[in-house]
Ligand binder design. Structure first.
Ligand SMILES: Cc1cc2nc3c(=O)[nH]c(=O)nc-3n(C[C@H](O)[C@H](O)[C@H](O)COP(=O)(O)O)c2cc1C
Ligand code: SF4
Length: 782
């Protein structure tokens, strides 16, 4: 009986029996099930990574390998990837992970300039169907090798570059982790270069791309397993005859390789993507790219870093840009009201006015005077009242923006480089946009200025207005007189150029930056003197302009119509702007909040001076429309001001919204930002009024993207066509022939006809560029 009972329990016959069985053994069943599934999972996870099976090439391509100067056998981590090579406990308990480490810049290398125990191996990968790229890759590697060997400082660091045909190699050896040299006594850093032609047919490129993508997404492999590389860069070959634009497929596969390598290397793009058209500009584009790559290679091999600010170098900041930052040179921005933090409040109130600025600087004075070590020049050129002898006796000359002041901290945080004690430089969003082939600012449409070759700077961070729409308000110092140390113009000129180039170089690893534009950007062609503050406030502005022009850098100077004496004394400038922020005294007081009590008289005098100068300078009225402040019922007033100053051009721009800064306390909001349709409505009304006054003006051009329209004087209309562009070469020739005081007219350096796409009614966006919205999303052509 006893045995029967046991039998009955052990062998359930019905559902009741089954439940009894479950109740008695459920723990055991659950444990067995868990063990079974986890073992199955482990076994699956530890299988070799699924890899693309490479298709044979339609045409076998010979591998052209250059013999390394010191042979390095490249082995891979393949053996480490096999099950046997892994410790048993790892195999049993967790999925295999291949991990890359983010290598910080090597401090020792940085300090000593080189590390004799490390070597750098450049690997040049290429694919080729019709042999163009194969030949180019070999020539490129040979030239690179010669260049490195000829450089005594670097030659011992580098092994000769190796050329690898993507159709012949095993991708697992190079694209799951960096290769390992067989000689373990030599530490080798690998630098990958890719020469990739694009094909809209199935080729080995597709295999490579699939492999890169799978590696990135494979949950058993770290998402950036190639982070141990020193860096990488890609050059694409294509044919614009069949694929005219990037949107239509020009070099599309090189772009893809660049994108996946950024992911796999943790954004170690050492140099921007280069692209060349086989039938047009291949030699030039490849030459630029090679030159840039060689420089970066040397830097990276000696320092272990890709350079300041470049992604992957340890101090990377690869943001996709603050497209709503409103950091144009002269873009005025409405700020979103935001409750300032306690700290912000304090900072703001600390620097809100001149007295407070003086107080801040006093506390920093000892430091700054010591550090300068040179006699300061005191100057007061805007105030005509008698100097107060008693006050002067106790006053020492201070720096406008000392290094340890809150103003300095705030401006540098916003991206400015402060040069000396009162100048600043910053790259604007349009410069960044143009570097990425996404279009230049309206000054390209109207005047032919390429934004990636434009430097935005000011020799005076101080201003004499506190305009309600100035987004820098609260950070820049204000004052009616120059009471600070004056830095020499040479120092400012060298400093702003260095600051600008440094900022451009920091864009090297940013996605989308084009090698061609990057190379062009290393030559400043234009200077926008309108960043923050009042450039004309700087006592040596004429000398500074002379230095720009001596290097054939054109100049656009924007002033606030508050310094007539300086305006009168101003020498040659390529284009001279005066901000016209309102059409009448009351409105101007409200919007500009000027510090000068005689602001309206100063404003009027400036207009009269501008009228005089119109046959010497290209003069421009700059109108910034702020709804609720200076738009309604002001058309007639503006027309009268145009009649008074007779500028060559009138630029009308809607104020820009910036939702990121703290409020200037002026109570502005999005409601104050006019729609483009409202701007065009205003412009049409103004144009009509000018006509009624019998003035020869017309609407010449527009850049809808930046909400800006240009009215031009009939002087710049030739045979019914607008010529708003500038002949820069002629400008410099005139200057060189006749001197800064020389006699010439703006018409003498009038440029070519305004391109059709930029003229009124056509939108103003260069068709060669890619259109994106403020968040960088592509806008389809309408
Ligand atoms: C079948 C075929 C498809 C191509 N597709 C593209 C393309 O989609 N985009 C592009 O920019 N160039 C394209 N090209 C042009 C090649 O990328 C270009 O000629 C390149 O220099 C060829 O390099 P290779 O001679 O090394 O193969 C194509 C060429 C061929 C023959
Ligand atoms: S002129 Fe120069 S600084 Fe100004 S928005 Fe254009 S590119 Fe930027």
């Amino acid at each position: 009986m006893a045995s029967n009972l046991t039998m009955d329990k052990a062998r359930p016959q019905s559902s009741g029996d089954f439940l009894d069985f479950w109740h008695l053994h459920r723990e055991v069943i659950l444990v067995v099930a868990i063990c079974f599934f986890s073992t199955a999972y482990m076994l699956y996870a530890s299988l070799p990574t699924r890899r693309v099976v490479k298709k044979p090439l339609t045409r076998p391509v010979a591998t052209a390998k250059l013999a390394p100067a010191k042979p390095v056998t490249i082995t891979t981590e393949k053996s480490e990837l096999s099950l046997e090579a892994l410790p048993q406990d790892v195999v049993a308990h967790e999925p295999r992970r291949i991990k890359g480490e983010l290598r910080k810049p090597d401090a020792t290398r940085k300090a000593s300039g080189s590390d004799s125990s490390r070597r750098t191996q450049v690997l040049v990968f290429y694919s080729s169907l019709t042999t163009t790229t194969e030949k180019i890759a070999n020539d490129f590697a040979r030239n690179l090798s010669a260049s490195l060997e000829g450089d005594t400082e670097h030659k011992d660091i580098f092994f000769s570059p190796s050329v690898l045909d993507l159709a012949q190699i095993d991708y697992d050896e190079y694209f799951i982790s960096p290769p390992k040299p067989t000689d373990s006594t030599i530490a080798v850093d690998y630098f990958y270069l890719f020469l990739i032609p694009s094909y809209n047919i199935d080729t080995i490129n597709d295999n490579l791309l699939e492999h890169l993508q799978e590696t990135h997404h494979d949950f058993r492999i770290d998402t950036a397993p190639l982070v141990g590389l020193l860096g990488y860069s890609v050059f694409g070959l294509g044919d614009r005859e069949g694929w005219p634009t990037e949107e239509e497929g020009f070099c599309f596969q090189a772009k893809e390789v660049d994108r996946w390598m950024a992911k796999l290397t943790g954004r170690k793009r050492a140099y921007p993507l280069g692209m060349g058209d086989k039938k047009q500009d291949l030699t030039n584009r490849l030459g630029e790219w090679s030159e840039g790559v060689t420089d970066v290679l040397k830097l990276a091999a000696t320092t272990g870093s890709l350079g300041e600010g470049v992604a992957g170098s340890g101090d990377a900041d690869e943001s996709d840009f603050e497209y709503a930052s409103g950091d144009d040179d002269d873009e005025v921005v409405v700020e979103e009201s935001a409750a300032p933090t306690k700290k912000n409040k304090k900072t703001k109130s600390n620097i809100d006015d001149v007295e407070d600025l003086g107080r801040i600087m006093k506390s920093n004075q000892a430091d700054s005077n010591d550090s300068k070590g040179r006699a300061p020049i005191a100057i007061d050129f805007t105030t005509h009242s008698k100097p107060n002898a008693k006050k002067a006796a106790v006053q020492t000359v201070k720096e406008m923006v000392p290094k340890n002041s809150p103003t300095y901290a705030s401006l540098t945080k916003q991206g400015y480089s402060i040069v000396g004690s009162h100048s600043g430089v910053k790259i604007c969003r349009w410069t960044k946009s143009a570097l990425r082939g996404r279009g230049s600012c309206y000054k390209y449409s109207f005047y032919g200025i390429a934004s990636h070759q434009c430097m935005e700077t000011t020799p005076s961070l101080s201003c004499s207005n506190k305009c309600v729409f100035c987004w820098r308000h609260g950070t820049n110092p204000v004052g009616t007189t120059w009471r600070w140390v004056v830095d020499p113009p040479e120092m400012i000129f060298d400093g702003v150029k260095a600051g600008h180039y440094q900022k451009i170089k920091m864009m090297r690893g940013v996605p989308g930056v084009r090698a061609e534009r990057f190379a062009e950007a290393m030559r400043i062609r234009h200077c926008a003197l309108s960043l923050v503050g009042e450039p004309i406030f700087y006592p040596h502005i004429n000398e500074f302009l002379g230095m720009l022009h001596a290097e054939r850098i054109s100049s656009f100077l924007v002033c606030n119509a508050q310094h007539p004496d300086q305006l009168e004394a101003l020498k040659a400038v390529t284009q001279l702007y005066v901000s016209i922020d309102a059409s009448n005294k009351e409105s101007l007081r409200k919007i500009d909040r000027p510090l000068h009590r005689d602001f309206w008289e100063r404003f009027q005098r400036c207009l009269d001076i501008l009228r005089e100068k119109r046959f010497k300078h290209r003069t421009v009225f700059r109108l910034t429309l702020v709804k609720g402040f200076n738009v309604d019922d002001e058309v007639e007033g503006y027309a009268k001001l145009v009649e008074q100053g007779l500028p060559c051009f009138v630029e009308i721009k809607g104020v820009t919204y910036c939702g990121t800064s703290t409020s200037a306390g002026a109570g502005l909001s999005m409601a104050n930002v006019p729609f483009y349709a409202e701007v065009t409505e205003f412009v049409t009304a103004l144009n009509k009024k000018l006509e009624e006054l019998g003035l020869d003006y017309g609407i010449a051009a527009e850049h809808a993207h930046s909400c800006c329209v240009l009215i031009a004087s009939g002087r710049f209309r030739v045979d019914g066509k607008w010529h708003t562009r500038i002949d820069y070469t002629r400008f410099f020739e005139l200057l060189e022939e006749r001197g800064a005081d020389g006699d010439w007219k703006p018409e003498d350096y009038m440029g070519a006809e305004t391109p059709e796409w930029a003229t009124w009614g056509n939108g103003g966006f260069d068709p060669r560029d890619e259109r994106v919205d403020r968040k960088g999303r592509k806008i389809e052509a309408s």
